[in-house]
Design a protein around this ligand. Structure first.
Ligand code: GLY
Length: 404
């Protein structure tokens, strides 16, 4: 860490980062516009998702259904909120219009409808009141609700036939009965739809899913499974495949961050104290682990010592979750969670941030999953790392848009 940055107060650090953010995001927005970025190419620049493997169909066509495609508009709406610069809004609306295609192809997307449409259409509606954006958000919420398994009381994670590439990648099994911790972050789309339509059905689905996650995903020590498999016909619990972490029974750090932030958000939307308690339980587990690794999250908190692999995206999302919890507790407790968030953000800034405005992406060090056979998705820039970094910085500055 640079001497100057290491010694300054949290407030000084925050002000410096905010100033760098304004410069970097202005340049990035001018370059990227309504393209949809995921990671940078060898040239250090973002390329549209349709030019990458994440936006190609098996027959050589293109699609925009990849789960991360809402994060760029989410960043743009955050920057619009903070600065009022119309260029951010124009680019965000351009992406949202492209994402409409996802709503016409129900089979192309699973539970990720929240990630895709909270940060695009719902953010637009919240900020501008645009009726078309509201309509897109509501269609997305109906689609998400339709993934609910009545007997298992969970939202199915991924689309497609019972045995497909996704289930093979995650250790095999009938994917139709799988729920995953990530979905906690998609539930706010349902809470929003319930309020918007004055219709409790969406919230009931979200609450039932969250209770199933409490029961089968969160372990007593605050660590989490990534996936839980149920019989899709009867809803009976079967097993917990390993997923994107090190192995079955381990503790994938981004999954942990989805739990911290996701349960805190379910508390915000429902007032159910048990959700805040679960968020804290998972938060304490993350804090205890990060405190002994320089506040930098490993890809899996139970991975072997070698090779040493980090995931900065887990750090950024955990920090946002801690700041969310801080908003629902008394002053003393809030200081504890806020200080932990600062530690994480400052450690990641020191190790992983790239503030060069000529290059795209701020946070390097993002890892998609522990067992990446290509090595191409280990400690690289990933768009949602930047989204959560920006959200955290703007929250601390009191300039963020609530997008969940
Ligand atoms: N939601 C997928 C992931 O976190 O990688």
């Amino acid at each position: 860490m640079e001497e100057k940055t290491a010694k300054c107060s949290n407030q000084e650090w925050l002000d410096q980062v905010y100033d760098k953010l304004l410069v970097k995001m202005k340049a990035e927005c001018e370059r990227v516009g309504s393209n949809i970025p995921y990671t940078t190419g060898e040239d250090g620049k973002y390329h549209d998702i349709t030019e990458t493997p994440w936006g190609k169909t098996p027959d050589g066509g293109t699609h925009v259904s990849f789960w991360t495609n809402g994060f760029w508009p989410g960043m743009l709406w955050q920057m619009y909120e903070a600065t009022g610069d119309e260029a951010y809004k124009t680019a965000a609306v351009g992406v949202e219009e492209r994402l409409e295609e996802v709503l016409k192809d129900s089979e192309s997307v699973g539970h990720d409808l929240g990630f895709l449409f909270l940060q695009s259409s719902v953010a637009n509606y919240r900020k501008t009141g645009n009726a078309q954006a509201r309509q897109r958000g509501l269609v997305a919420a109906c689609e998400l609700a339709s993934r609910y398994n009545l007997d298992g009381r969970f939202i199915r994670a991924w689309p497609g036939p019972r045995h497909n590439r996704m289930s093979e990648m995650m250790g095999g099994g009938d994917i139709r009965g799988w729920m995953i911790i990530d979905c906690m972050m998609n539930l706010p789309l349902l809470y929003w739809a319930s309020r918007e339509l004055d219709d409790p059905r969406f919230t009931k689905i979200a609450v039932n899913h969250a209770r199933t996650a409490q029961k089968y995903i969160v372990r007593p020590d605050g660590s989490c499974n990534h996936i839980v498999a149920f019989d899709p016909d009867t809803g009976e619990y079967l097993t917990n495949p390993g997923g994107q972490g090190y192995k079955q029974g381990s503790s994938w750090s981004r999954g942990q961050s989805w739990a911290v932030y996701g349960f805190a958000l379910s508390y915000r939307h429902t007032g159910d104290q048990s959700f805040l308690d679960t968020a804290k339980q998972c938060a304490h587990y993350c804090i205890a682990n990060m405190a002994v690794s320089g506040w930098l999250p490993l890809v899996d908190y139970r991975q072997p010592a070698e090779p040493l692999k980090y995931d900065s995206t887990a750090a950024m999302c955990t920090a946002c979750g801690l700041l969310e919890i801080a908003g629902h507790v008394d002053e003393n407790e809030a200081r504890f969670y806020t200080e932990a968030a600062y530690q994480i953000l400052r450690a990641c800034d020191a190790k992983f941030a790239n503030w060069d405005p000529e290059q795209d992406s701020i946070t390097t060090g993002g890892t998609f999953f522990y067992h990446d056979p290509t090595g191409e998705n280990t400690e690289v820039p990933i768009i949602y790392g930047d989204y959560f970094f920006i959200e955290a910085i703007l929250r601390l500055k009191g300039k963020s848009l609530f997008e969940w």
